[in-house]
Design a protein around this ligand. Structure first.
Ligand SMILES: C[S@@+](CC[C@H](N)C(=O)[O-])C[C@H]1O[C@@H](n2cnc3c(N)ncnc32)[C@H](O)[C@@H]1O
Length: 225
């Protein structure tokens, strides 16, 4: 009896939840790994020492797949997401309301300059999170993105971003999908006085085996002392 009830509840839950998840996932990536990709982001950042009092800048935040659990976890006012697409930022605002997270005072902005034009000089962050972003940026944008990471890191802060070193180049929506070696990012980071460390493949960091992205490498960017 309990098993039947559990299965019925689960089927109903999926009927209600799936369409929204599928719609949101279609805005940010390949299908079928929404939950795993959501869980990975906060788990990884916690493993890197994230605590509720830290300030997080989520660059290329999309409709908050990783953002919603971060907003829930962080203290009020400590989450800022930016994305270049107005329609996903609009969806992000909708998700914040729908999930009753307005009281956490998250901010999500459209920015074409990685926050350079929108944020004040004083805006600094303990964690700058560039998940599934760097390989969608052309060379000039990688340069601008890492320049802003360097500018926005608080003392002792860290930036993280995964990169594609293996899969052939292509396109995803209106963005390129680029394969580049670790040294490419190291060189640009260096130009902005950032030290780069490769933390290994996402596969070794707990990302789902269901996604090709598990072969991406995760880079850490720290300000030179
Ligand atoms: C693959 S999605 C990942 C979204 C989110 N990080 C997540 O994990 O769900 C990449 C996101 O980067 C955003 N993006 C691409 N180029 C950007 C840029 N120059 N500045 C800010 N966001 C950008 C896209 O609009 C998209 O939402």
């Amino acid at each position: 009896m309990t098993t039947v009830l559990w299965h019925t509840m689960r089927t109903l839950y999926w009927r209600i939840r799936r369409p929204d998840e599928e719609r949101l996932e279609a805005m940010v990536g390949p299908p079928g790994v929404w939950r795993e990709t959501r869980a990975f982001q906060i788990q990884f950042l916690k493993r890197m020492g994230l605590k509720p009092h830290h300030r997080v800048l989520d660059v290329g935040c999309g409709p908050l797949r990783g953002g919603l659990p971060l907003i829930s976890y962080l203290d009020e006012g400590n989450y800022l997401g930016i994305d270049v697409r107005p329609e996903v930022v609009e969806e992000a605002h909708h998700q914040i309301h729908k999930n009753d997270l307005v009281d956490k005072r998250p901010r999500v902005l459209v920015s074409m300059t990685f926050g350079r034009e929108e944020l004040s000089n004083a805006a600094k962050f303990d964690y700058i999170w560039c998940f599934q972003l760097l390989y969608h940026l052309d060379d000039d944008h990688v340069d601008e993105c890492l320049a802003q990471v360097a500018r926005r890191l608080a003392p002792g802060g860290a930036g993280y971003g995964n990169i594609n070193t293996l899969a052939a180049r292509g396109r995803w929506k209106e963005f390129p999908f680029l394969q580049r070696p670790i040294e490419y990012y190291e060189r640009i980071a260096n130009r902005h006085a950032l030290r780069t460390r490769c933390l290994g493949q996402l596969d070794d960091l707990g990302y789902t085996k269901k996604a090709r992205g598990r072969f991406n490498h995760m880079l850490e960017f720290l300000r030179e002392q």
